[in-house]
Design a protein around this ligand. Sequence first.
Ligand SMILES: C[S@@+](CC[C@H](N)C(=O)[O-])C[C@H]1O[C@@H](n2cnc3c(N)ncnc32)[C@H](O)[C@@H]1O
Length: 217
Amino acid sequence: MVWSDVDDYLIDKLITIDNELEDILRTNEEADLPAIDVSPTQGKLLYLITKLRSPKNILEIGTLGGYSSLWFAKALHKGAKIYTLEANSEYANVARKNIEQTPFTDQIEIIEGKALETLPILAKRDVQFDLIFIDADKENNPAYLNWALKLANKGAVIIADNIVRNGEIIEEHSTDTRIQGVRSFFDMLENHPRIESTAIQTVGQKGYDGFVLAIVK
Ligand SMILES: C[S@@+](CC[C@H](N)C(=O)[O-])C[C@H]1O[C@@H](n2cnc3c(N)ncnc32)[C@H](O)[C@@H]1O
């Protein structure tokens, strides 16, 4: 597929995939984790957005093996932190081991459990976020957006991945609960008084998909 070949070219030209990032993808594969992490070009975009925003705290919903967490971490300033939520204990263990091999153990906190159960606990710790990455079970995107708004500082960036899903997003009567979750998420974004947003369609190694980029007013 030409999209994938072009991605290879862009990665070759613009992206240094260092040993730490490569190691995570390798150990994820060895541990049989699904290859649903962000692509290198998307990871670099998360890194660049982090550099632009200089967040004190990042919230990530959906850790998998910690690949996107590491992209964020590489752009963080000293003292800044990522809280990343993962429901699957096997994946969380792999992520923990992966992150232990990096210099970012103090900056990446992996919180195990279903996000809708761990978010209220996190909220009690009184942490506010400048960047929130929603990348877990799409059915719960509307609930995650409500949590994001509760926990976001003014001017916070919200990014939500996998919002095009091969174009299925326009299927109003889809029986796929993930599609319905993302459609409800878009319904919330439409004319939301506290959010300015756009969505970008993407093609590449991970097929045809897209992401939402939003700012909390
Ligand atoms: C697309 S993957 C995340 C990929 C990761 N952000 C990356 O790019 O490296 C989605 C992850 O969300 C996790 N997940 C699914 N439902 C969840 C829930 N209710 N709470 C927390 N995590 C969940 C899955 O186990 C999976 O690891």
